[in-house]
Design a protein around this ligand. Structure first.
Ligand code: ZN
Length: 360
């Protein structure tokens, strides 16, 4: 029986007389794709730009270190501490990670987790332990800070380096308990409830089967964590979705699977770094607190971020995603998966390193 997970696309063909080729008539193809679950569309186009020169990370790292509130003992002296009696020690620790209230909260329970003692970790060498400690301290925090009654989501986000919106170079995650998880999670989970009602199985389970059968967007699987290049990409130069099979929330993840995810993420970041990328956003999309895995499976979305032209400060987000809510990519997901596959297997670990300072 054909899978109800349908990968629908439409090719577009623009005709023009190209001034770069003596005004010869040329056809330029692009593609519109529709997400099999939500029906949201996105575009994939060829768009020529000079590949970004390596950013001057050395200067960025050194200057930001002078005033970093997370470096050395400052993380214990200049960051806020929790009010109330849930975390009487003031700040939560797990390995090298330290979690404390966000000085600029955007919800009732809004925390920051500093995940490494190092001011800078290069994207081609993010320590597995930093990811493990970050997710570990977030999981401890969600256990300790019991949310109010009513639907709540426990969300972990990571903005790595300035192109992603990260305002501190020092690696840190945002950890939030909220009744307002954002439109993307609400829309996704409404669509997943409809899917579950129609097909009696979680969408993520059927997506994994369909993507495994298709094969060309499949990156790999390790210890119950599946890595895919999404059919409708979210980032200009590709992205990755990690799906935690049969798992609703971070609270349901044991150490083994957190470690498996950390290992995979470290390798994929190295893969993106080999393309010259040096920044990303990561969000863990959980089911509501207390839900089982019958409808939503925990997933992470990892989107590299970049300046299209660093000299002109051209960002990678323009009117289309921001105002038209239309994804826009310059890399086909099938190419992203082919590039990342050997990195996830650990075979391309010796590939060309991405931009990084000589010493950090
Ligand atoms: Zn620092």
């Amino acid at each position: 029986m054909a899978s109800p997970v349908q990968f629908r696309s439409e090719r577009k063909a623009a005709r023009l007389h190209d001034p770069r080729h003596a005004f010869a008539l040329r056809t330029v193809e692009s593609e519109v794709r529709w997400d099999p679950l939500t029906g949201d569309s996105g575009r994939i186009c060829h768009f020529a730009f000079n590949s970004a020169p390596p950013a001057d990370l050395q200067t960025l790292v050194e200057t930001s270190k002078q005033t970093c509130p997370f470096c050395g003992d400052k993380v214990n002296t200049v960051t806020p501490t929790f009010a109330g009696d849930e975390i009487p020690e003031g700040r939560l620790r797990h390995g090298d990670a330290v979690l404390f209230p966000n000085l600029f909260p955007y919800d009732d329970v809004s925390a920051v987790a500093v995940i490494s003692r190092n001011h800078f970790v290069p994207m081609d060498d993010v320590p597995e332990q930093a990811i493990v400690d970050g997710l570990g301290v977030a999981r401890d925090f969600f256990e300790r800070s019991a949310p109010d009654p009513g639907p709540r989501w426990s969300i972990v986000n990571w903005n790595y380096m300035p192109p992603s919106g990260g305002s501190q170079v020092h690696p840190h995650m945002q950890v939030v308990h909220t009744a307002n998880p954002g439109n993307a999670i609400l829309r996704l989970q409404a669509a997943e409830r409809d899917w579950r009602a129609r097909h009696r199985r979680p969408y993520a389970a059927m997506l994994i089967e369909a993507e495994h059968a298709a094969g060309d967007r499949w990156i790999g699987e390790t210890d119950g964590v599946v890595f895919l290049a999404p059919y409708v990409p979210a980032g200009l130069l590709g992205d990755v979705t990690a799906i935690f099979a049969d798992t609703a929330t971070l609270a349901d993840l044991d150490d083994t699977r957190i470690e498996a995810f950390a290992r995979g993420l470290r390798r994929l970041l190295r893969g993106f770094s080999a393309k010259g990328l040096w920044s990303f956003n990561l969000v863990l999309f959980p089911a509501p607190v207390g839900a089982d895995a019958s409808t939503h499976w925990l997933m992470a979305r990892i989107v590299p971020r970049l300046y299209i032209n660093p000299a002109l400060h051209v960002t990678d987000v323009a009117y289309m995603p921001l105002l038209l809510e239309e994804r826009f990519a310059m890399t086909w997901p099938e190419d992203t998966a082919a590039h990342l596959r050997p990195f996830l297997r650990g075979e391309a670990a010796g590939g060309s390193p991405g931009p990084r300072p000589a010493a950090a």
